[in-house]
Design a protein around this ligand. Structure first.
Ligand code: ZN
Length: 269
């Protein structure tokens, strides 16, 4: 058992029923309690990157857990009724409920980084193709979420190369300057206009990335993209020498399907 920091990923649109493991809202609520009960500590992903920047050996972050949300659906921050599955408490609401239940001082670092898709047109097409076409991928909540100390808005690319747009469904094809410029810099520009803050964390859509974006674009053009780190979805813990342009993450539903599995997984890494 290493107890090195881990980054967990949830998708607020994963609502296939009213219970875990097919409902990431239920999973998050239960996982928060289990992680807290196991004596672990929540910190923001930004805090973890701060420590990497400082050259820390991360010993002071043993047992720490960072929370991230992918795709930026309205369910991240709004309580919404899902047909057949009832009212879904938002992911941000679940963090607030936890703090109210235990007191804010119980987990002062409780926080989620929400990776949103920038392009309004892409969000509209994904909303129609993969959700129910109810306008659940808006950007009118980004500024308030960014202003909330429990959430940060970060970039999940310009259009996710999503199959609903006729895209490849593989972000590994983003392997030259022009495509990286669109996916990383153009998306950051759009997000900054909506939130007032340049997003400095990036999540690879589908968790996949090209050698070019990891080894050339991100490390060599830092003044252009102004990103501090990028996360993928390789399972693992974060070490001082982990590639900051492909930080590992554990994905709810793929890597664990119950709180018991999650705790066993974290223990085993
Ligand atoms: Zn995604």
């Amino acid at each position: 058992m290493s107890n090195r920091p881990v980054i967990l990923t949830y998708h607020s649109q994963n609502i296939l029923g009213d219970h875990a493991p097919v409902n990431d809202h239920q999973s998050l609520a239960r996982d928060l309690e289990a992680i807290h009960g196991s004596g672990r500590r929540f910190i923001s992903l930004a805090r973890l990157i701060d420590r990497l920047d400082e050259g820390s050996d991360l010993q002071d972050l043993r047992g720490c857990v960072c929370l991230t949300l992918d795709d930026g659906c309205n369910f991240d921050v709004h309580d919404i009724e899902w047909p057949g599955a009832g009212l879904q408490r938002s992911m941000l609401g679940i963090l607030r409920d936890f703090s109210e239940r235990h007191g804010a001082e119980a987990q002062p670092g409780l926080h989620a980084t929400s990776f949103v898709i920038a392009s309004p047109q892409a969000r509209e097409l994904i909303d129609r193709g993969s959700l129910l076409g109810r306008g659940w991928m808006g950007d009118d909540w980004w500024a308030a979420a960014e202003a909330d100390d429990r959430m940060t808005i970060a970039s999940h690319g310009w259009d996710h190369l999503h199959p609903d747009l006729g895209g490849s469904g593989c972000f590994g094809t983003v392997d030259d300057w022009s495509q990286c410029e669109t996916q990383v810099i153009r998306s950051a520009r759009y997000i900054e206009r909506r939130t007032g803050k340049w997003p400095d964390l990036f999540a690879y859509p589908f968790g996949t990335s090209s050698n070019y974006i990891r080894e050339e674009f991100f490390p060599r053009f830092r003044s252009e993209h102004r990103c501090r780190a990028a996360v993928g979805t390789d399972a693992g813990t974060v070490r001082p020498d982990t590639d900051r342009w492909n930080l590992p993450r554990l994905v709810c539903g793929r890597d664990w399907r119950s709180t018991r599995e999650l705790l066993q997984l974290i223990e085993s890494l």
